[in-house]
Design a binder for this molecule. Structure first.
Ligand code: ARG
Length: 558
């Protein structure tokens, strides 16, 4: 549709602006009364040294003489030429396209490879709320990218190496309890870590970690045990979220591969000694000092990330690598990307840190402690599921267990994912489960409900094929069609800005417009029945697709 407007503008401007420039200038007006597209004449006025209003008037006259059948009219408003798309044409086009599977998808990615580093929780520690955000946002970005034809590789890069394992081993050797470890591994490992995280065990912990780095069999076996137990625990969360990874990797993978990187840093004269440790000094660039090797020879987070990035580039030859990690690690990633560049790896220009903000509690403080205890993500999820179940039971008593479980799961999932993704990722999110679960307002369950309502209308229809006839469109119908038409642009922007919230916000607006349409118009039995059913079908398809890109499954009945 945009093409039609661009083409006619190109024709009447006869070379004064290039096609790409016209496309860039063309806007979608904020209100329906102002048409479907608006072309501002300010830039042209500058070039021609004329009054913008005069230019707009002149253009509109020329367009009227060349009016394509898909455009019903043009109007001048201040220095804009507003275009009105022919409504019947709009309706036919949208109904045809928006009811198709894959509407809004494209091949723009052309198979280009994108590595996404996401989730990446730390072994032997509770799955954090930041890891939840990373899993949700990273997962959605991956869905969106695939929808646009990119090939994505999702890597879960576990925090499974580092000096904390020395502490954990000391803790385990002193106070380890097999039964507790079996029943509640993360809680027990955390307890062991906290007990050993004391000055008096510092040397012992350092020794144990060094032994681990040197490949000591007993320590390696312990480490593996902690890792397996943790992963099993994390998998329950991944199962709930329906997230799958292409690669489960971790910092440990790079433990014995850092030598060449350190050597290369040395050869390039980038390494410097500082108090016995080896560092890269980026102070002059305002990026501080990057620790590469500690004075006892053990490696660091940054060293492992450098090695991992190079390894991934060699393995995947990616066009882009995205790290979905909390914004508190901004400096870390700036440092890593910069050091890669200094090492001569130009792929560092294709690495991005896609940061996210914090989850806040209802009191607006960081959502990290509850009654002084660490929040266990698994428990938060379970709690959400239980509330959803209770709500369902209070509304409808006779659900089979299977149905109840399925619905409670979808509702809880929509609540948590949408509660997060409706916000721009860099903003902090108030994590308020009760609010997230509400059926009214800007929530996941509200969207599921709108979808289920559309499904239920379509279920009621007995006769199948009716010829779709398009009568004059009401404002609500036009609004819904226009919104549906815009979906592909929204998906594209969400990818360009790495911002799934654009799709979340769009879905909410779409559902609102649908509800307005539905309240204003009878469907079954009306003379517009066939058209309206098709419109509902298109709405249903687009909402399902949008929610799917966020990682939310719809329910046919609620
Ligand atoms: N495990 C880290 C943490 O919890 C996140 C890792 C992110 N990815 C990376 N390549 N550094 O803070």
């Amino acid at each position: 549709m945009k093409d039609i407007v661009v083409n006619v503008l190109e024709k009447v401007l006869s070379g004064k602006l290039k096609k790409g420039e016209i496309e860039k200038f063309l806007e979608v007006p904020p209100q329906q009364e102002m048409g479907d597209f608006a072309f501002p004449c300010f830039a042209l006025a500058k070039i021609e040294k004329k009054n913008p209003l005069a230019i707009a008037t002149d253009l509109s006259e020329k367009i009227r003489k060349n009016l394509p059948k898909e455009i019903s009219g043009v109007e001048v408003k201040s220095a804009y030429v507003n275009f009105f798309i022919d409504k019947k044409f709009l309706a036919e086009k949208v109904l045809k396209e928006a009811t198709k599977k894959g509407y809004g998808s494209s091949k723009e990615g052309n198979g280009k490879k994108i590595v996404i580093d996401l989730s990446s929780p730390n072994i032997a520690k509770p799955f954090g709320i930041g890891h939840l955000r990373s899993t949700i946002i990273g997962g959605s970005i991956s869905n969106i990218a695939s929808y646009l034809g990119y090939k994505t590789v999702k890597i879960n890069y576990l925090g499974d190496w580092g000096t904390q394992f020395g502490k954990l081993i000391v803790g385990y050797n002193n106070w380890g309890d097999e039964k507790k470890l079996k029943d509640n591994p993360i809680a027990h490992l955390l307890e062991l870590y906290v007990r050993a995280n004391d000055e008096q065990y510092e040397q012992a912990a350092r020794d144990e970690f060094r032994k681990l780095e040197e490949g000591d069999k007993k320590n390696l076996a312990l480490w593996k045990k902690f890792r397996d137990l943790s992963l099993k625990d994390f998998n329950e969360i991944y199962e709930f979220l329906g997230v799958k990874f292409d690669v489960i990797s971790g910092e440990s993978l790079y433990n014995d591969k850092m030598g060449p990187v350190v050597n290369k840093l040395e050869k390039k004269g980038l390494l410097k000694e500082s108090e016995g440790a080896m560092v890269v000094d980026l102070d002059k660039e305002g990026l501080g000092v990057v620790l590469i090797k500690k004075n006892d020879g053990t490696s660091l987070y940054a060293t492992r990330d450098l090695t991992a990035a190079i390894d991934r580039f060699e393995k995947y030859k990616f066009n882009r690598m995205i790290y979905e990690v909390g914004q508190e690690q901004k400096l870390h990633f700036k440092q890593v990307f910069r050091v890669l560049k200094l090492l001569g790896y130009d792929f560092s220009d294709d690495c991005v840190h896609v940061a996210h903000g914090l989850y806040l509690g209802e009191d607006g403080k960081k959502f990290a402690t509850r009654k002084g205890k660490t929040v266990m993500m698994k428990e938060v999820i379970k709690e959400t599921y239980e509330i959803a179940k209770k709500n369902l039971l209070s509304r409808e008593a006779k659900l089979s267990d299977l149905d109840l479980d399925h619905r409670a799961h979808s509702i809880a999932l929509s609540a948590i994912i949408y509660g997060d993704l409706k916000n721009y990722r860099e903003n902090d999110v108030v994590f308020d489960i009760d609010k997230f679960l509400e059926f009214e307002g800007n929530t996941g369950p509200y969207l599921l409900y709108a979808y289920a309502r559309a499904s239920s209308i379509l279920r009621k229809v007995k006769s199948k094929k009716q010829k779709v006839e398009i009568f004059d469109l009401s404002p609500q119908e036009t609004a819904l069609l226009t919104k549906l038409q815009n979906f592909p642009n929204v998906v594209k922007s969400a990818y360009d800005q790495l911002a799934p919230n654009l799709i979340a916000n769009y879905s909410y607006e779409l559902a609102q417009i649908f509800n307005e349409f539905y309240h204003a118009h009878p469907v079954i039995g009306s003379k517009e029945e066939a058209f309206r059913l098709k419109l509902i079908d298109a709405f249903r398809n687009v909402l399902k697709t949008g929610l799917g890109l966020l990682g939310i499954d719809v329910l046919e009945e609620m």
